[in-house]
Design a protein around this ligand. Structure first.
Ligand SMILES: NC(=O)c1ccc[n+]([C@@H]2O[C@H](COP(=O)([O-])OP(=O)(O)OC[C@H]3O[C@@H](n4cnc5c(N)ncnc54)[C@H](OP(=O)(O)O)[C@@H]3O)[C@@H](O)[C@H]2O)c1
Length: 308
């Protein structure tokens, strides 16, 4: 296949590019940072990767890159892990809503058109709860900022279906891999000061990065996959259990809780992501026959931290 990917230089996207390239596909990396793209994917190691500069929020020549692609994967978005100032919140929303609208506009212009758009969303769609269990058919229990962002992000992708393009929306849980969320937690654990964040009872719906990449790849090629899929492991855990498993994997104690005010001081409103959570089950994902390489958090964390 020939696949165009936005957000391809990120934590998830860079691994997706590597995997698709290994499998023999050709990839168009759409990036705001051409040099970074070329550094990550040098032509010597990635002969089938083309790095294309784009301006995701504006209509432009870059949109011509979509013509002739068989599939498009949309992963771009301003990181949510910084402090949420009003300007940052706007960037979080705009990069996803307007960025996806412009991508759909590019698909509409493309001749020939791709057959599929795989577009990311997040489990934040459902809002947060200590008691509810969410699957792909669940409605949000509250409409906080992240839920609103996810709803706008998904709504921006939906018009692609009226163009005859198959749409798979992947609601991503917290991605575990070398880097990302776990990298932030590893340092305190190394210093013997790791432990549950907040009450410890909040849900943590996670997925190993390798499984997420496999699911994105399946969504590109499996013509039956249409609609929403939760990209979470079948066994979400509470924060306490995650920290215990992380302590075990690193051979470190995990009893020293990190108080809420420390996290709030660091993240502002963004603290909600780690202080509150949601229990998300991948019901439709499993119904596709998708096989997880890492269904359990202990094995996932061992795989990630053992090279350290
Ligand atoms: N990692 C997680 O735990 C997690 C959980 C749930 C959902 N997700 C979602 O999955 C997607 C990929 O996640 P990730 O962890 O790989 O993210 P990431 O490492 O932050 O990478 C996201 C990519 O998006 C592009 N980007 C950043 N800011 C942007 C902006 N203001 N406007 C347009 N593009 C921008 C960047 O690509 P260029 O600089 O090359 O343009 C960047 O490489 C994201 O949309 C994220 O929200 C991730």
């Amino acid at each position: 296949m020939k696949v165009a990917i936005t957000g391809a230089t990120g934590f998830v996207g860079s691994r997706l590019v590597e995997r698709l390239h290994q499998e023999g596909h050709s990839i168009k990396v759409l990036t705001r940072q051409r040099e970074k793209g070329q550094r990550l994917f040098p032509a010597s190691a990635f002969p089938r990767v083309e790095v294309i500069a784009y301006s995701p929020l504006t209509t432009g020549d870059w949109q011509a890159a979509i013509a002739g692609c068989d599939g498009v994967v949309n992963l771009a978005g301003e990181p949510i892990s910084e402090r949420w100032t009003p300007a940052h919140k706007q960037a979080i929303l705009e990069s996803r809503q307007v960025g996806t609208e412009k991508l759909v506009e590019a698909i509409a212009k493309a001749d020939p058109k791709p057959t599929v758009l795989v577009s990311a969303s997040a489990v934040g769609y459902y809002g947060t709860s200590e008691t509810a269990r969410f699957d792909e058919t669940s409605q949000p229990v509250e409409t906080d900022f992240l839920s609103q962002v996810c709803q706008a992000w998904e709504a921006a992708a939906e018009p692609v279906q009226s163009l005859g393009v198959r749409l798979a929306i992947v609601r991503v849980g917290i991605v575990l891999g070398m880097g990302g969320a776990i990298a932030r937690m590893i340092t305190p654990f190394k210093l013997y000061a790791g432990g549950p964040i907040g009450s410890g009872r909040q849900w943590f719906s996670w997925i190993h990065r390798e499984d997420l990449v496999s699911l994105l790849s399946k969504a590109l090629t499996d013509a039956q996959m249409q609609g929403v899929y939760n990209a979470t492991a079948p066994q979400p855990v509470r924060m306490n259990e995650l920290c215990q498993a992380l302590g075990e994997a690193m051979n470190r104690p995990s009893w020293l809780p990190v108080p809420d005010f420390v996290i709030e001081a660091l993240l502002g409103d963004g603290a909600k992501v780690v202080l509150e959570g949601q229990q998300v089950l991948p019901k439709r994902t499993q119904a596709t026959g998708f096989q997880y390489q890492y269904p359990q958090v202990k094995a996932a964390l061992k795989d990630i931290v053992s090279p350290l």
